[in-house]
Design a protein around this ligand. Structure first.
Ligand SMILES: [Zn+2]
Length: 710
């Protein structure tokens, strides 16, 4: 049994929790039996939109029966008849949800959205049925209390502990009345999350900047103008369309020279969910924050954050806050120096205005050019997507772990842009299947992510089938996909997650692969980012798409130096978002509904992050990580926490001789293959030889001192 609640899965319609009319579910449904395709990959060539709902319903019914049989088993509870039996349950539901989560995140449509809306409250209730089941909890508790005297291996003991904690965390200890109350809160919260996702998707689409005037796009490269024209055509609109990305800052602001256009695009982004229309999310998030605080109180915690962080590596909100508070002064001091540099250019050009957030990237790019003479357009020809993937991302995995990759055209995909690779271990044996879906689409959620179609498990005999999704700009027809170095980094990042999934060597699915803690799971991915600039890797992929010539060393050197640039801004916008998340989730249960804009302003002031020209990376009202699901609520700090782990960990590699098979194999064996089979702080410490600290992080992020930026 794997966890149902991956990001964007749980959605709900509180007003309609009733079962849908019974739909036919039989052998003709492609989810009916385990996939007969190699490695049990989903049969996307046979899956139709209308197949999902009956399979989800049947999957819940099947697991419900399995769980009831376990709970009602007349035999005394044992590890096998209770814990292992639960791990074996719900395989149909896992199968359908893995495919459903993928297409609703990466390739959705109104039919799928309706299924999501209808099924979400039922999936939430299904999870409650399991984790609030009194008889089942009693069996788990009996095993938990005697685990010391059972002859179980360490991974099995860990599994017992995880199940027990999960029941307690979900409220299994509550009275029946409180359980009913909790179910109500969960259902309303999950319905609000679905509404949030749908509003945000629509708001992001509608927030696109549209112009008929090509002159407004002055400064954009020919490729970007063509892409804007193409975006307009695909929406049946005249002129040019610049779609919004999920973050506050928009990539084209780097090159747009017309300040009016920049301001317009920025404001479209900043206000996308605050326009007083149907997609305004201000009231929604205020209610959601209140519901979460009430839920935490019911479960015996002072705040939602305390409840949420209990099972994380940080363990308490205070530990996470202290970690962040300690970085704020270095980050903001650095950002202030960078702002000064930007203002100096504005003044030198007799701009006659004060730096605003929509100016930041445009002038920062000029500082970057002046200081490093580096132009994004100059480096992009060296980063052609396929080449980056095969000679960079894959190559690094070959050097470190001995992996090899072969593209497969025989396995069905859910969209023509998706590519599939078979991954072989160093001994030539099959290791995993890897899918990648890199290009932006309007029916894809923003950002980039990794997930699994099949999670590795020795118990179930499953080998990993994993995928990466991103939103890289799709080139105009016939043009090469030239990406920025930021996009290159995203590819390495997501592939770091993929490696965590592919190397998984766990007995039990619940403890496999990336099923770890939020403040650990971004560690392998952020560590993998470091290889993008590692000399032997970089030289192997950074080649001109036309001539194949390597990037001149002099340009590569400027690129590396420029990577340390603007880090004050980057760290500050992340800290601001992470603090907003934490402040929203530290509200006590009796707080009245907050006025979103006012709350946001005060939260940033309180944490010394209210800086006019460095807005948070996500504004509260379009912060999908924290409202779209429970996933990263009170957990956005984890991105920074795991930066600390990744930088500290990379330092270990450098200290041990860098990119070697010996280092890679040790990392694979002690970290990547372990999933959540042991305490994560202990896993880290035994691999690293010491607990993590921020020393390498401050060095790699250019925050060692608060002197003038170099
Ligand atoms: Zn990640």
């Amino acid at each position: 049994m794997t966890i149902l609640t991956s990001a964007d899965t749980i959605a709900a319609n509180f007003s309609n929790p009733a079962a849908p009319p019974p739909a036919a579910f039989g052998p003709s449904n492609p989810f009916y039996a385990s996939s007969t395709l190699p490695f049990k990959v989903p049969p996307f060539d046979k899956i139709k939109d209308e197949d999902f709902q009956p399979a989800i319903e049947a999957g819940m019914a099947e697991q419900r029966a399995e769980i009831e049989a376990i709970a009602d088993n007349p035999e005394a509870p044992t590890f096998d008849n209770t814990i292992v039996a639960m791990e074996r349950s719900g395989q149909l539901l896992d199968r359908v949800m893995a495919a459903f989560n993928c297409v609703t995140g990466a390739n959705t449509n109104p039919t799928l959205q309706n299924v999501q809306t209808a099924e979400a409250p039922r999936l939430a209730a299904h999870e409650d049925f399991i984790y609030l089941n009194t008889k089942l909890f009693a069996r788990v508790t009996a095993i938990y209390e005697h685990r010391g005297s059972l002859t179980l291996d360490p991974e099995s003991i860990r599994l017992v502990e995880r199940y027990h904690d999960r029941f307690v965390h979900a409220g299994a200890n509550l009275s029946e009345a409180d359980k009913t109350e909790l179910k109500k809160l969960n259902e309303e919260a999950s319905s609000l999350s679905t509404a949030f996702i749908n509003k945000l998707r629509a708001a992001t689409k509608e927030g696109a900047y549209v112009t008929a005037d090509k002159a407004a796009l002055a400064g954009l490269s020919g490729d970007r103008v063509a892409a804007a024209e193409h975006a307009a055509q695909s929406r049946n609109q005249e002129g040019f369309v610049i779609p919004l990305q999920n973050t506050t800052q928009q990539p084209d602001l780097v090159s747009l020279s017309d300040r009016v256009t920049r301001q317009a695009i920025f404001e479209h982004s900043w206000n996308r969910t605050e326009r007083g229309d149907a997609n305004d999310t201000r009231d929604l998030i205020a209610r959601l924050a209140q519901l979460r605080a009430q839920k935490a109180k019911l479960l015996g915690f002072p705040t939602f954050a305390a409840w949420k962080i209990e099972d994380q590596m940080a363990k308490t909100p205070q530990a996470a806050l202290q970690f962040m508070d300690a970085i704020v002064p270095s980050a903001t001091a650095k950002a202030e120096h960078e702002a000064h540099d930007n203002q100096a250019i504005i003044d030198a050009q007799h701009g006659g205005f004060q730096l605003q957030p929509w100016d930041w990237n445009y002038y920062a790019e000029q500082v970057r050019k002046a200081r490093y003479d580096l132009d994004d357009a100059e480096v992009k020809p060296y980063f052609e997507l396929d080449n980056v993937l095969e000679n960079g991302v894959f190559y690094a995995a070959t050097q470190l772990y001995g992996l090899t990759f072969k593209e497969r055209h025989d396995l069905p995909v859910y969209h023509p842009d998706v590519r599939v690779f078979e991954v072989f271990d160093s001994n030539g044996k099959h290791l995993a299947i890897f899918y990648c879906d890199y290009f932006k689409r309007d029916n894809k959620n923003g950002g980039a992510w990794m997930s699994s179609f099949v999670e590795q498990s020795r118990l179930l005999g499953n080998l990993p089938v994993v995928y990466n999704v991103a939103n890289l700009p799709k080139p105009a027809e016939g043009a090469p996909a030239l990406v920025s170095f930021t996009d290159v980094t995203t590819m390495f990042h997501e592939f770091g997650h993929a490696l965590h999934g592919m190397f998984s060597d766990a007995q039990y699915p619940m403890l496999a692969g990336t099923s770890t803690a939020r403040d650990f799971v971004e560690f392998p991915s952020q560590l993998n980012e470091h290889w993008a600039l590692y000399p032997a890797i970089f030289a192997h992929y950074a080649k001109h798409y036309k001539t194949g010539a390597p990037m001149p060393e002099e340009l590569a050197e400027r690129l590396r130096k420029a990577e340390g640039f603007n880090k004050g801004y980057a760290m500050t916008e992340l800290l601001a978002a992470a603090e907003l998340d934490m402040q929203w989730h530290m509200l006590p249960a009796d707080t009245s509904l907050q006025t979103s804009d006012e709350f946001e302003k005060l939260a940033l002031e309180k944490t010394h992050l209210q800086i006019s020209y460095v807005p948070p990376r996500y504004r509260s009202t379009y912060f999908s990580h924290i409202w779209g699901s429970d996933g990263y609520s009170a957990g956005y700090y984890a991105y920074l926490w795991t930066q600390m782990l990744a930088d500290d960990g990379y330092q270990w590699f450098l200290d041990q001789g860098g990119l070697t098979r010996t280092n890679g194999d040790r990392f694979r064996q002690m970290i990547l293959s372990r999933g959540n089979t042991q305490d994560l702080a202990k896993i880290y410490e035994s691999w690293r030889g010491a607990p993590p600290n921020t020393k390498a992080m401050l060095k790699y992020r250019g925050l060692e001192d608060s002197g003038p930026s170099k």
